[in-house]
Design a protein around this ligand. Structure first.
Ligand code: SAM
Length: 277
């Protein structure tokens, strides 16, 4: 996959590409990431990329001419038809589904904004889609572009040591992932849950699914409301809720309860009467 990032700070983008899964994927040729410097498309002595907003108000606006020229130069290096995506706090929220969708493409162009924003005409003429990485405002689109790149590249076949990792992890089935443990078996008095030590694959699978469902229910009930639950997951959630009501928590659940911020009763997104089974 080839990705081009249009930015005022190409070094900032390039500097983050050398590490971990992303760095290895680039090294192995699974992904190629290029950058296009907006300032390279200015022709005045000050290399001006911004100007005051029409109508007044604080801050500056990214000028349309150099930005559109940079977008067109970067697009020319990509396979024809590659989507041109602008990172924007006003875009549709980027999620794992969008990551999977974009990771299947041969090419992608990302535009990182700066200042108060981008002249709207450059967006109309040079961008197909706007994506936000969450409901907060960053000072520039580079970190957002890097978040998108990271999420995409790790989905490319061969990017992870074991491709099952990206199938099993959080959000893949509309559930958060289960808790993980490694050695030592006992750490500061806390034991690894017995099911994980049993060597019984069916028991491990069941424990993990139960933990996934319970964790999603307590931390992100909106995911369950949105995606629903498969029959087995639904049954495990009912069993877990029944055990909770009876005071007998499932293994691993004590850890969940101990975390600050996870002590509240889960909010039922569908209100009273929500049937999980
Ligand atoms: N005035 C703009 C607004 O209220 O929507 C915010 C501009 S922000 C300071 C500058 C740039 O950061 C944006 O053009 C965009 O590229 C990027 N940015 C900020 N927040 C973002 C977010 N949540 N997701 C993606 N990009 C974001």
């Amino acid at each position: 996959m080839q990705i081009e990032v249009v930015t005022l700070f190409p070094e900032m983008v390039r500097g983050a590409l050398a590490y971990g899964v992303l760095g290895r994927a680039i090294e192995r040729g699974l992904a190629r990431i290029g950058t296009e410097d907006v300032r390279a498309h200015t022709f005045d002595v000050h290399r001006t990329v911004d100007d005051r907003p029409y109508g007044g108000g604080p801050g500056m606006v990214l000028k349309p001419e150099p930005l559109l020229a940079a977008i067109r130069a970067a697009a020319a290096r990509l396979p024809p038809g590659s989507p041109r995506v602008c990172l924007s706090a006003q875009g549709e929220v980027f999620d794992q589904r969008t990551a999977r969708e974009l990771a299947g493409l041969p090419g992608l162009l990302l535009v990182a904004g700066r200042y108060e924003g981008i002249d709207e005409r450059a967006i109309e003429l040079g961008v197909d889609r706007e994506l936000s990485i969450g409901d907060y405002v960053l000072s520039g689109g580079e970190i957002a572009a890097l978040a998108v790149i990271d999420a995409l590249v790790r989905l490319l076949p061969g990017a992870l040591g074991d491709d099952r990792s990206s199938i099993e992890e959080s959000f893949s089935e509309g559930l958060l992932e289960w808790p993980h443990y490694t050695r030592p078996e006992v750490f500061e008095g806390r034991h690894v849950p017995q099911a994980l030590l049993s060597g019984n694959h069916a028991a491990v699978r069941r424990w993990r699914l139960e933990q996934s469902v319970a964790r999603t229910w307590s931390r992100r009930p909106d995911l369950i409301a949105r995606h629903g639950l498969a029959p087995e997951a639904s049954r495990l959630l009912n069993e877990y809720l029944a055990a909770r009501a009876g005071g007998g928590l499932g293994e691993g659940e004590s850890h969940e309860q101990d975390r600050p911020g996870n002590r509240e009763e889960p909010h039922d997104p569908r209100g009273p009467g929500f049937q999980t089974g």
